[in-house]
Ligand binder design. Structure first.
Ligand code: EPZ
Length: 423
């Protein structure tokens, strides 16, 4: 793995237009769902990211053929030779667990590694397993693998999918993907309502699945016997868009985001407005202009349509320069605060109290060498570095490359000064 670093010189003021890529977190479960539709599927709007390549590798290992070509991926799922998700792959990318439901529904069995540890905290998969068991799967854990069988086939039923922190995005994806081929009717209560789940449901419907209540916490599925391969375009990445909004906000910038669905970002737009940063809808996206006088605010992360946990770190960076004190509360992943120590190295004033962080606004951030720890925490360091005085060096940029397509090229095109170096 190349250990690239970013050298970021600030402060800058961003201006211009940025085109948002397709959504990573919509693409990954949709790729897995093509297992349900034997044949040649074509997915469009797929970002060129390392996580996408990892999912291709996982699917190729089981006998699928994948071919990525500038924003589209052809996935031929005609043959599944072994319904298996290797530890070496799933430990690198938790979304690998998304193949469990589709494999079980199509092949009647699956063996997928339990995902490994994660920098954003403990992330169990009990809700995934509970949902699949309710559909009739027999599940055992063996040598770190989830071994699942559905000998007589899966059977529809009523399933409650809530957990201690609300709904689960990928558990909903897994159980929904299994239920579309189950016999009879399934009702999923407390389904996740994130746009990425809606996108998966819409893709499954295009394959021939019968799903109602899409976008709501109650999904009703009438099982069908088989699904057909599709051509499908995934939604734009709302988290990438939100990250660029944060970058504009912190740099007194004026950015136009193209290929952005503002209706997926209402909680974020609402917070930006309360921070005195207007965002206007345009024909294919939005426009943000920040005069740099950022008002403090309180942010609580919640399941959709609440403020997304995947933007908590980036908005913490912005609030570091607000004109007063803000409180950030993390309600999805209570330990997702690896960025606090690194932002503090840049002269931010942050105090953690359990799942709350008190952000006392400072006059300026100062460049420092910092370490990327996970995808969104690293994005927060880039956002902070754009406004910080001096040259920030962000180490372990491979975390950012998992989820942001050409981030330095996109930012440099609107006025950032970021240099990538291989060390
Ligand atoms: C998805 O992860 C995203 N990943 C995450 O984005 C995102 O942060 C998260 O949803 C929340 O929005 C992908 O889509 C690939 P969850 P997921 O299950 O589905 C608890 C990024 O940066 N839980 O909705 O794995 C869990 O611990 C990534 O792009 C259980 O207790 O998250 C958490 O507290 C990081 N048992 C809460 O539910 C379970 O079986 C919500 O997690 C599953 C989850």
């Amino acid at each position: 793995m190349a250990l690239d670093i970013f050298k970021i010189t600030g402060p800058v003021s961003l201006a211009g237009a940025v085109t948002i890529s397709g959504s990573k977190n919509a693409a990954l479960p949709i790729m897995a769902a093509t297992i349900l539709a034997p044949g040649k599927n074509t997915l469009l709007g797929i970002p060129n990211l390392s996580d996408i390549s990892v999912m291709c590798k996982l699917m190729e290992d089981m006998g699928c053929k994948t071919n990525a070509d500038g924003g589209s991926i052809a996935i031929d799922t005609t043959n599944i030779e072994k319904p298996f998700g290797d530890y070496e792959i799933v430990r690198k990318m938790r979304a690998g667990v998304c193949v469990l439901g589709p494999l079980l529904a199509r092949q009647g069995r699956a063996e997928v590694s339990m995902p490994g540890g994660c920098a954003i905290g403990y992330r169990p998969v009990d809700i995934h397993l509970r949902g699949l068991q309710e559909l009739g799967a027999k599940i055992e854990l063996k040598n770190g693998y989830i071994v699942a069988h559905a000998n007589g086939g899966l059977k529809g039923t009523n399933i409650f999918l809530g957990g201690p922190f609300g709904s689960s995005v990928l558990a909903t994806a897994n159980v929904l993907s299994a239920a579309v081929l189950a016999k009879g009717k399934t009702v999923i209560e407390s389904a996740a309502c994130e746009p990425e789940v809606t996108d998966l449901a819409n893709c499954l419907v295009k394959m021939g699945a019968k799903i109602s209540g899409i976008g709501s916490p109650q999904l009703t599925i009438h099982g069908v016997k088989h699904l057909n391969p599709v051509e499908y375009t995934v939604i734009p990445d709302r988290i990438e868009a939100g990250t660029f909004l944060a970058a504009a906000a912190i740099t007194k910038g004026k950015l136009k985001l193209k290929n952005c669905r503002l209706e997926h970002l209402m909680a974020v737009v609402d917070k930006l407005r309360s921070m005195n940063i207007p965002v206007e809808e345009t024909q294919d996206g939005c426009e943000i202009s920040s005069n740099g006088r950022i008002q403090p605010t309180d942010i609580t992360t919640l399941p959709y349509p609440g403020f997304p946990t995947d933007l908590q770190a980036q908005f913490m960076a912005v609030l570091c320069l607000a004109n007063g004190n803000s409180v950030i509360t993390e309600k999805i992943f209570p330990d997702r605060f690896m960025h606090i120590a690194e932002l503090s190295r840049m002269a931010a004033n942050l105090r953690k109290e359990g799942p709350h962080v008190i952000v006392s606004g400072v006059e300026k951030l100062i460049a420092a060498p910092v370490m990327a720890s996970d995808l969104r925490a690293s994005a927060a360091l880039v956002v902070a570095a754009l406004a910080a005085y001096g040259q920030t060096v962000v180490n372990r940029v491979y975390h950012i490359d998992r989820g942001y397509e050409k981030i330095e090229e996109k930012l440099n095109a609107v006025g950032a000064k970021i240099e990538r170096q291989s060390v």
